[in-house]
Design a protein around this ligand. Structure first.
Ligand code: BGC
Length: 724
């Protein structure tokens, strides 16, 4: 471990070009020595293999033996001997793949998410990775945007909880140390507001008021940083007219000055180079200048810093002090990771073989998948009774096993069982039939085999959804129904009259109107990861109970988006009365989603007693208790997520109709009742007021408690003016 003084001395010993090199991230091909041709980014960099500018970090390499070799080769050649940093996208697992983050969010279980991140970090760190480009906590309100799959949903506060949980999981916290070789340094992304891309089209512009940015989009990144997140990645999009990667107001004023962040800021992939097509820089040289002045410490995969940073300093266009500050931050991170003591950070092929894809990890992935799935409808078909009869699995996911989801690192489709295989493990192969009928995409529909297996079966599982490439980066879709001929397949199967459960494998909320009515049950399995099919089978046969709740509502139609539960009331809200014509709404559809934020069923039912407040007035220094009895009125044990929302009835600026402020899981046996109590305190009522100050305002509020964002009881209380 180097002292701060030693780090300064190391910095002082570097040439300008060596300093610039620390601020460059490229793929491993850039390290040279492979005898390879100079292609792609290398061509832009005008560098010769083996005689390159010494870069500071490497993107995307994995594998302990491989990374040891790259590091050793680098150190062998390096004049200054500063180890490389190896960074990768371990978004929902390394080899053992967890459900995609949107699904993990639906677990409403930050402890489970933390545990999953810890598992992913242990595997990836054993494989030589040191920095993880996760958590991604971009707020999302538009399911056309493919990257909704990578975030935990539409709620700013909840996204913050998960971003903190993932950060702690990766970094061994709370209270962990990056010197622990089972950890990864976390990098929160994409700063900022990438999820607000207009039209849901990836990389598109965002246009947000300062208030919306601060109130809704920024808090989750902040939570990750408060949890100790080591790095921040900039986003591709424009924020208030300037791309985030050249936006000094975001990166210096807000991130560093207001929030006090002193870790490393990295650009997204080629985002500095993209300042040129954005139209705020004429040349890569100008782009490099803008980015370094704005506060980007590492240039990921663009030629800008490598080719121009040193020359900009020599020309006096960039103060060397800014370069020194950036390099010092990078050296501090390398030091915190222990790389100056052990540049391999205990990456060790033997440990890697022991840790990666460990059965315990697969068990955790199965639990996480089961807890992430959301039961959207159940007319009593699920769970299948133990006698079971014959089950026909039809639809593209009766044969496909692409259920890991995008960004699945070293996960392999072959690691996952298909849904029929997983059901056969539970029911016996003789009781499971399968026929695809159509592909995920394309125009072919072949009903002959489908009709055969359905007529031989007692129950049907329609296994349908998207291809993983249809969500994730550049995975935007203008229409969000089931792709290809799958809706036609569903209609044809419903018409055969057998009780039918639809199981969905997808990475975004879909327009499910064409399948929701015909299905007797609807299970949203998302892209559930390595053990996802087994987890779905666990739920279908009733060995586990569904308990996931949506963290992103499912619109009725793409015409409703952007849609989010915490919207404003408008001056003309619909009341359902006769004079609803000149009101805010659609002529052809209700305004609410098909399945709202917070919604999800279980195999039992719960009833809520009367909501009670322990006092009508909340003293700003005090606490108000809101309680409700909850009873399991069904015949099976089950878990209910009791949700607390608050509405500020009148403020200096308009406030959302409800905002999630708390939740509690209760596990209840049949007939059992428990009292659930939430404490409401003044900090929960703060917001950015007319003057953008973050504070509460005295006045009337509603406490709303219930089972999802639309089914709520409410009680009014007052926040008093003075501290008594
Ligand atoms: C994505 C980032 C990712 C990076 C490195 C970019 O294209 O936007 O989320 O971390 O690539 O792989």
């Amino acid at each position: 471990m180097k002292t701060e003084r030693e780090l300064h001395a190391l910095l002082a010993s570097l040439t300008l070009s060596e300093k610039a090199g620390q601020m460059v991230q490229q793929g491993e091909e850039h390290l040279g020595g492979t005898g390879g041709e100079i292609t792609g980014p290398l061509r832009h960099l005008r560098l010769e293999p083996g005689t390159t500018l010494e870069i500071g970090s490497v993107l995307g390499s994995t594998g302990a033996a491989h990374i040891r070799e790259l590091q050793a080769r680098h150190l062998d050649r390096s004049r200054h001997g500063i180890p490389l940093l190896f960074m990768a996208d371990v978004i929902h697992g390394y080899r053992t793949i967890l459900p995609v983050p949107l699904a993990q969010g639906c677990s409403f279980d930050p402890d489970l998410v933390r545990e999953g991140a810890r598992m992913a970090a242990a595997e990836a760190a054993a494989g030589g990775v040191q920095v993880n480009f996760s958590p991604m906590c971009d707020l999302v309100r538009d399911p056309r945007w493919g990257r909704v799959m990578e975030t935990t949903g539409e709620d700013p506060w909840l996204n913050g909880l998960f971003a903190a949980a993932m950060t702690e999981g990766y970094q061994g916290g709370p209270g962990g140390s990056l010197r622990d070789p089972e950890t990864l340094a976390a990098c929160v992304k994409h700063f900022a507001a990438y999820g607000a891309a207009e039209g849901g089209r990836d990389y598109n512009t965002t246009d947000l008021s300062e208030r919306t940015l601060r109130e809704s989009y920024l808090p989750a990144y902040r939570r990750a940083l408060d949890a100790g997140c080591a790095m921040v990645m900039t986003s591709f999009n424009v924020v208030d007219g300037l791309p985030a990667t050249g936006n000094a107001r975001l990166l210096r004023t807000i991130l560093r000055e207001e929030w006090g962040f002193d870790g490393v800021v990295i650009s997204d992939w080629n985002a500095i180079g993209e300042l040129v097509p954005h139209g705020v820089a004429e040349t890569f040289r100008e782009a490099a200048r803008l980015a370094v002045l704005a506060g980007v410490d590492i240039d990921m995969m663009s030629p800008c810093y490598a080719n121009h940073l040193a020359e900009l300093v020599i020309a006096g266009e960039v103060p060397e002090r800014l370069v020194d500050e950036a390099v010092l931050r990078i050296l501090r991170l390398k030091n915190a990771l222990g790389l100056f003591d052990d540049p391999f950070r205990q990456a060790d092929p033997e440990r890697e073989a022991r840790v990666v894809f460990h059965p315990g990890h697969r068990a955790l992935a199965r639990k996480a998948a089961a807890r992430s799935m959301v039961l959207l409808k159940n007319d009593g078909l699920l769970p299948f009774p133990p006698d079971g009869g014959i089950v026909a699995v039809v639809g593209p996911y009766a044969v496909e096993r692409h259920i890991l989801g995008g960004w699945s690192c070293l996960g392999e489709d072959a690691d996952a069982a298909s849904l029929p295989e997983a059901l056969a493990e539970r029911l016996g192969a003789h009781r499971v039939l399968a026929a695809a009928g159509c592909g995920i995409e394309g125009d072919d529909l072949d009903l002959a085999a489908v009709e055969r297996v359905v007529s031989a079966a007692d129950r049907v599982v329609l296994a349908v959804g998207e291809h993983p490439g249809m969500s994730g980066e550049a995975g935007s879709r203008a229409a969000i129904g089931l792709p290809g001929r799958q809706e036609a397949l569903c209609r044809a199967v419903f018409a055969l009259g057998k009780p039918c459960a639809v199981v969905l494998f997808n990475g975004r909320p879909l327009d499910l109107r064409s399948v929701a009515d015909g299905a007797a049950a609807l299970l949203e399995a998302w892209f559930p990861g390595t053990e996802g099919a087994r987890a779905a089978a666990d739920l279908l046969v009733g060995d586990a109970s569904p308990r996931g709740r949506l963290t992103m509502g499912f619109p009725r139609s793409v015409g409703q988006v952007p849609i989010h539960y915490n919207h404003f009331n408008t001056g003309r809200p619909r009341t359902g009365g006769a004079d609803d014509y000149f009101c805010s709404g659609y002529q052809d559809l209700p305004s609410d989603p098909l399945f709202p934020f917070g919604f999800g069923l279980s195999y039992t039912q719960f009833s809520y007693g009367d909501l009670r407040l322990d006092r009508p007035v909340l003293d700003p220094a005090g606490c108000l208790a809101v309680s409700v009895p909850v009873t399991n009125i069904g015949s099976r044990p089950g878990s209910e997520l009791v949700q607390l929302y608050i509405r500020d009835l009148c403020g200096s600026v308009v406030r959302p109709v409800r905002e999630l402020k708390g939740f509690q899981w209760v596990d209840l046996a049949p007939g059992e009742t428990t009292e659930v109590t939430f404490a409401i305190t003044e900090p929960m009522l703060r917001f950015h007021g007319a003057d953008l100050r973050y504070a509460s305002e005295p006045g009337r509020f509603l406490a709303l408690v219930g089972s999802d964002s639309l089914h709520l009881q409410e009680k009014e209380f007052v926040l008093s003016q003075d501290r008594r």
